[in-house]
Design a protein around this ligand. Sequence first.
Ligand code: 7RM
Length: 650
Amino acid sequence: MGHQIESILRENRSFPPSAAFRARARISDPAEYERLYRESLEQPEVFWGRVARELPWLKPFERVLDWSAKPFAKWFVGGRTNASYVCLDQHLTTHRRDKFALVWEGEPGEVVRYTYAELHAAVCRYANVLKARGVKKGERVALYMPMIPELVIAVLACARIGAVHSVIFGGFSAQSIRDRVEDGGCTAVITADGGWRRGKVLPLKPVVDEALAGLAGVHTVFVVRRGGNLIEWKDGRDVWLDELAAQASPECPPEPMDSEDTLFLLYTSGSTGKPKGIRHTTGGYLVGAYLSARFVFDLRDDDLYWCTADVGWVTGHSYVIYGPLANGASVLLYEGAPNTPHPGRFWELVAKHKVSVLYTAPTAIRSFMRWGDEHVTRFDRSSLRLLGTVGEPINPEAWMWYREVVGESRCPIVDTWWQTETGSIQITPLPGITAAKPGSATRPFFGVDAAVVDEHGNEVGVNQGGYLVLRKPWPAMLRGIHGDDARYVETYWSKFGGRYYFTGDGARKDQDGCFWIMGRVDDVLNVAGHRLSTMEIESALVSHAAVVEAAVVGRPDEISGEALCAFVTIGPGHSASPALAELLKEHVAKEIGKLARPAEVRFAEALPKTRSGKIMRRLLRDIAAGREVRQDTSTLEDFSVLARLRGDEE
Ligand code: 7RM
């Protein structure tokens, strides 16, 4: 208790932006940056008020921030706007009217493009269909769809009429959908017959049917035709959305939404208990997504921007849809898997569509490393100018590979730290300003007052590990957990007596003010009185040539409290053996010290991960301890992984 988290990993490389990148970047003058950054912290209402006025309002706001009911914030008080109006209508009177908003490629390879004018019309048609079926402002609508343009259209159509969207990732089970529909009180569902995934049509509508069986409250299931798979039909409840849309009017006035009206719910699994419906509102969320997308991805009119995240994840909300479209960007959307039909699929898409900004996850980057450089290098990547990562700490090995192999040492990398709850990026390099360091998310974004503190909320010293907190409210912050204000206060605001927002992550801040995220504090290991971050030991393991991915957990040990158990997947050309296990233990001891030496190394074909690629260490803890896994596994991507780790399939 009261112990700090020890930080033992050191990385000294640093990569300032090139002169060529800086010459065209949105911000490249350090003095201008310093002035803006200081203003954003010292006069946040001046800073955010000015940014907010860059977006179109249907009624101007009267006050920038009301923090009197802390921790329940109100931003842009009294203002009215509409998220679809911000993303679409504002561009229709500019040169962007006929610019591509969306470029979509299906897994089988077909391409569909929407200009801003076309996307606007498509959204209005959907909005009119929703309205005609009685969907009203404030009603919650669940979306369970593949990564097709109709998903983006449906999201924006909900926003247009003031309905609250709750996107459920297209791989979740019927039970997960049911829980989310029930908790959110959803009255309508938008789905598709099926979508393409790994060369096959994955049925979706049948899963929705199962989820809704015996459940009251859903009056309509809107179905988009995509997979062509056979589905059942419930007359009176089910309607073909695309057919009705074809007959609907392409004009639908945007509902004027209060800044603090809910825009969406997005469910995130807590480490315990049922999933939380994170609630985001209209004005502040849009301002946060808009500004961060603009500066972090340095968006310009000639970019083709590709965020590979699924829309079912917050990254897909803020950085596939709202942030880029509010900036008038051209967004690439891809339906399928990164290795279907071949492991170079992503790079084929980059070359074909001339992607200039690419935003993806460390888990994907590590897969590409494992599959081999040749699948990347055989495609032309000269269109790329900026790379981003999100979702987990990226180990320096993967960062360097991303830089050198994908980006040909030409592209800055932005390692962006944020959460479903934060709504927008909070800690990140600015690509024209920041000297990036492999493995560090570097500095807080505008208006973000991040700190590393001890148990009592006091800031710790340079390079000391501790809890990552945010000390000021920010526009895109969550406004609560749907239906459970007490849980909101308890989860995020109680640890430091209501003073700070607690992120749940451990971190350290280095001598240059750069933050190094050390992973979830729930995962922190306690070995012989030392509190160690999983990420640092995993990073040491992955720096060995044989290891592609690693997860380290503690298992109860009478002597040391916890003994370290490492699960590793190894690369092609290496084979699992007791000798390799010993070698890896020694490697960790040499890299970071004897105290971090794993007691056990287990080889695994794959690690249990969430849909967004995060390793589920709490499941591995049960396996390491030889316990039955009894936790919430609803977000697990591939159930067979657990069985294989337990050795059920001999
Ligand atoms: C955007 C997203 C949030 C958690 C967060 C961290 C981890 C995310 C980074 C990261 C290190 C990063 N939302 N995380 N980004 N850790 N470096 N750049 O992922 O709600 O799904 O997850 O993800 O632990 O608290 S999320």
